[in-house]
Design a protein around this ligand. Sequence first.
Ligand SMILES: [Zn+2]
Length: 436
Amino acid sequence: MVSLRIENAIVLTMVEGAGVIERGVVDIEGNTIGYVGEADQAPPADAERVIDARGCVVLPGLVNAHTHLAMTLMRGFADDMPLQKWLEEKIWPTELRLTEEDVYWGAMLGALEMLRGGVTCFNDMYHFYEATTRAAMDSGIRACPSGVLLGFLPNAEDLLRQAVEFVKQTLDEGHPRIHPMLGPHAPYTCPDSLLQQAVEYAQELNVPIHIHLAETDQEVRDSLQAHGESPIAHMESIGLFEAQVLAAHCVHVDDNDIEILARRGVGIAHCPGSNMKLASGFQPLPKLLKAGAVVGLGTDGCASNNNLDLFEEMLLAGIIHKGYSTDPTAVPAEAVLRMATVDAARSLGLGAVTGTLEAGKRADITIIDLQKPHLQPVHNIVSQLVYAARADDVRTTIVDGEIVFHEGRFTAVDEAEVVAKAQERARKLVGGQAKG
Ligand SMILES: [Zn+2]
């Protein structure tokens, strides 16, 4: 039974070699994609609902491979500061005051921002992960929640066990949009023994590990001094990559690190906006792609971006590496769009679930309205999406077969209420600290 048919659209499936379907149909049966292909070959269907997508392009929902969603509450309150000062004087003291309700409303705000911008799935690491999970369930988005495990805390092992219990319970409940992970923060905040425990649990539960790796040159220098090897070589030595891993950033990586990341199939979240704003440096993305590494795009948290707009992130990924390498062929648009869809899904271990439009996968779909001055004429649809489109060109966002956002409105959430609650929480949280 076809619950929803999308017709008359340009369809980009993002399946390798599939090209562009000029007059396509996408059929959705419950939460799953049924038919995708040319209209004249579509099976006859008496669909419950039809979306006429004339003048639009239909593509897989975008996947945000790395964020800390509730940091929306800290958007713009502490910018243009050195990383360590920013963390120690602004972010960490504020996070100490966070409550579960703060995280819920901050995550709701972030979820609505992403759904408006065509993002159907996000990978999160944060405090009060149960609240982020609840926000994902309530807002309709797909999520990979994990706690942020700081190994220097005296109760770190208890926190890991609590996170393991959360993963077990979430897997038992089997919510179709929630895919939990374990989130040890980084090698420089977690001792090796704790990371090794996390690997054992991740293998036992068959869930990925979400971690920050090789974000700054200071991290690499400290690792060389402490262990005589780079953070990535050290993680290889202690067995981290025996588990499936999503490593955020991987900015400061050498040829040996790149070989390890590619050989181990480590998912990498490239966050160009955050890397530029925090002045972390340029990831050698062209080399990583050439080596066959699995790279997805992430926004990172809103305190270091300052939004959750994957279109902006695509533009950045598409242009900064060209400027940095003085090679206009570095990182073509096609590779960038893959990084925001199919490769981001693969980086999270969700390649069989989302990231492409294919029969049998979950129906996570974004529809972009092309009938706008900045999106015409269309010579190359992929270039248009990467270099010209914006988050607010999204007309419809469908997650797990449900229309969550359509023509400016959320179907099941009161957007004004979410914005008001998040404003109130943010005011209480950062209060007089905000500058300007
Ligand atoms: Zn991060």
